[in-house]
Design a protein around this ligand. Structure first.
Ligand SMILES: [Zn+2]
Length: 278
């Protein structure tokens, strides 16, 4: 499943090709995605310019003249910029034409989304999909001590395990399942510890770990940027070398203790029972 780093690298991959360009046509090949693709897009969008391409959580926000396209990759979606003469492939769902270039959403399992937020409806941050998201891990609001404050305040009186607290994304967005295990290892925190019991220093280490782990994943994905302009590219996941994730029974890279796997909320968590403390 594409996580925040994959979505951010997608943004970096498509932005230079599309910003400032005028959309010439939209073709909805199969609009039965997570929510129906608005059928008026082919009428509404031609002639409008791409003002900017931003990201909020795992949503890409393509600002056009009169509103925002909200794009989500779901479970299996990819977005590619291709020469428009390239034939459509099976599972291509929507194609946005920009003269000689096409932006195509390819999504075999159809959990992705293409939605429209007109500017007449108010600020994009107030969209119901976005307004309850936690802060961005790379925003000034999560930098330094502020990130620690956010984790500390949001976790008070929470009995849920810190792994699930983080994964829920209500304090900070973008820490998917793999990145949760890796961030907690980096911070030396046991994943089953009750969120409300996190100390202030632990919150500080965790905030720094989240930024570090996500930044590393985005940097690892940087090498795939060229793949956003060909039809065969498949950046997949960027966490090239994990320290705990998917390393059950293998020796911890710090202390050699075998890595443990547990299930929390039906998702696998990996941790070192020696390095990570409650
Ligand atoms: Zn260890």
């Amino acid at each position: 499943m594409p996580e925040l780093p994959e979505v951010e690298v997608t943004r970096l991959g498509i932005q230079p090709h599309l910003e400032g360009r005028t959309l010439s046509a939209v073709k909805i090949i199969d609009g039965r995605l997570r929510w129906p693709v608005p059928s008026n897009l082919p009428k509404l969008l031609p002639g409008q310019k791409v003002v900017s391409i931003e990201r909020r959580g795992k949503y890409l926000l393509v600002e056009m003249n009169t509103g925002y396209l909200i794009l989500h990759l779901g479970m299996t979606g990819t977005l590619r910029v291709l020469p428009s003469y390239e034939a459509l492939k099976p599972h291509d769902r929507v194609t946005f034409e920009f003269g000689k270039l096409s932006l195509r959403l390819h999504d075999p399992r159809k959990f992705g989304a293409v939605l429209w937020h007109p500017k007449t409806k108010g600020a994009i941050e107030k969209n119901t999909l976005l307004q309850k998201l936690g802060v961005e891990p790379f925003s000034p609001e999560f930098a330094g001590d502020l990130g620690a404050d956010i984790l500390y305040q949001h976790s008070r009186k929470r009995t849920v395990a810190v792994k699930q607290f983080l994964l829920a994304g209500q304090a900070v967005v973008g820490v998917g399942n793999i990145y949760c295990s890796e961030s907690l290892f980096e911070a030396g925190i046991h994943p089953a510890k009750a969120a409300g019991k996190l100390t202030r220093p632990q919150c500080s280490r965790l905030a720094a770990a989240v930024r570090l782990i996500l930044q590393r994943a985005i940097e690892a994905g940087g090498s795939t940027l060229k793949d956003f302009v060909n039809s065969e590219g498949d950046p997949g996941h960027f966490m090239v070398q994990t320290k705990v994730y998917d390393r059950k029974d293998l020796p911890c890279k710090v202390c050699k203790t075998p890595i443990k796997q547990i299930v929390q909320g039906q998702r696998s968590t990996y941790f070192c029972p020696q390095c990570q403390k409650r």
